[in-house]
Design a protein around this ligand. Structure first.
Ligand SMILES: [Zn+2]
Length: 437
């Protein structure tokens, strides 16, 4: 047996301690923390504007660090701007069990996306303190830098760099619209932190569990409190460029037109027909379309659009994505059609033992629970590359997120934190389940 496997020794009171811990999760304290955090970048419409590594975001991190220091937890930062809050265990040499999420938001974001996962983790630490529980392993609360990817594109930057530290130079060179690099912004963040030591990127982690609002309607529609997330769907993104010839809208006869818009509309029609027939799990979106020269009396010489295609199955991503490329090639007529693959991210399938732990905790707490895949991407996708990973979803009103109206019920947030507490406690006391694979 290695040190990461389950300790099978007698521990008759673990069930009682886990039950007491979940009862000690303080719904009001959690809610007050979320509302206090929401003041940093409050928009006036009930939302939050807290772009990554801005002064506002840095101040929000400082608020959290202040709360952590009140409890005596150790705080550390790394080179990409992640921070880690550590609650010691009985055996400091063991790899920690990690939870966390992000504090940055979209420009018109809500109070809960990301923030909930961070403050649910803090609430678990506080409840452990209240009962004087010492876990075997340390617990760490991670706040991942730039999850949203608004100011610095792309997102999930902090967790991606943690999972693959050798990618740091590439991330550091990314600039925002004002030409400020990630490296400069992270340096300013470090300077704003009062005596927080730096630590290495990519330290070992036993397991990672992230709590998050669902950002979709499934839990609410099925009257379910807890989602045990099976994995995160993958995506293939394409850019399609259709090239015809600009011409006078009034004088050019049909027979000599090379109208890029006409080809685009026919191609899009066939792409929608293909993907509509592929079932509910297939998510196909064309959210950006550019027409050149974009003038009302010129036959368009060029149309460019972006395809965002997501699916939980790798084989469907391959087959259906390839058929899209095939359709693009077949629509070349008077106009040239060129489709370029921008990104192919494989789906993450969490080790089933982790969602099973979540389901078991929810059942013991008598919270309704279903398994579901995540439609949105999360930092957990990157942690999945490093250690057994799972996510706990709670409902958000109407499935609305990335929106100032984003809202979640205190009772659901409390229930998700109870499940998080039980799962973290078991992992930090018993180690990984024997069947984690
Ligand atoms: Zn998020």
């Amino acid at each position: 047996m290695n040190q990461n496997q389950r300790n099978t020794g007698p521990a008759p009171d673990r069930e009682a301690i886990a039950a007491a811990l979940t009862r000690a999760i303080d719904s009001d304290r959690l809610w007050r923390s979320i509302m206090a955090m929401a003041r940093y970048g409050a928009t006036g419409n009930g939302g939050v504007n807290r772009l990554a590594l801005t002064d506002t975001d840095n101040q929000a991190h400082l608020l959290l660090i202040g709360w952590a220091r009140e409890r005596g937890y150790h705080c550390a930062a790394d080179d990409i701007g992640n921070i880690f809050i550590r609650r010691d265990g009985a055996n400091p040499a063991l790899d920690p069990v990690m939870t966390g999420s992000h504090l940055d938001t979209q420009p018109t974001g809500g109070k809960f996306d990301g923030i909930y996962g961070v403050l649910a983790g803090l609430e678990v630490f506080r409840a452990l303190d209240d009962l004087g529980i010492i876990t075997e392993r340390p617990l760490e609360l991670a706040v991942w830098a730039n999850e949203e990817g608004c100011r610095f594109v792309p997102g999930c930057m902090g967790s991606a760099c943690f999972a693959q530290p050798d990618t740091l130079p590439g991330w550091e060179a990314i600039t925002d619209r004002d030409g400020i690099t990630v490296r400069q912004a992270v340096r300013a963040f470090h300077q704003a932190l009062p005596a927080v030591p730096l630590r290495a990127l990519g330290t070992p982690v036993l397991a990672y569990i992230e709590a998050h609002i669902e950002q979709g309607p499934v839990l609410e529609d099925t009257l379910t409190t807890i989602g045990a997330v099976s994995g995160i769907q993958g995506c293939r993104d394409f850019q399609v460029v259709i090239t015809g010839a600009e011409a006078h809208a009034g004088t050019t006869p049909l027979s000599s037109r090379r109208d890029a818009m006409k080809t685009a509309v026919r191609l899009l029609h066939d792409l929608y027909a293909l993907t509509d027939a592929a079932g509910e799990e297939c998510r196909f979106t064309v959210g950006a379309l550019r027409v050149y020269p974009d003038s009302n009396s010129v036959v368009p010489g060029r149309v460019v659009f972006d395809i965002d295609f997501r699916h939980p199955s790798q084989s469907v991503l391959r087959q259906l994505g390839d058929r899209m490329l095939d359709l693009c090639a077949r629509h070349a007529d008077r106009c040239a059609v060129r489709a370029t693959e921008i990104r192919w991210r494989q789906p993450a399938v969490f080790p089933p033992a982790i969602p099973r732990l979540i389901q078991r905790a929810a059942a013991r707490l008598r919270h309704s629970c279903i398994m579901l895949p995540s439609g949105a991407s999360h930092d957990a996708v990157n942690l999945h590359k490093r250690c057994p990973t799972g996510m706990i979803f709670v409902p958000c009103a109407g499935g609305v997120s990335h929106n100032e109206r984003e809202s979640a019920a205190p009772g659901d947030l409390h229930a998700g934190t109870q499940v998080l507490a039980e799962v973290l406690y078991r992992l930090a006391t018993e180690g990984l389940p024997a069947d984690v694979g």
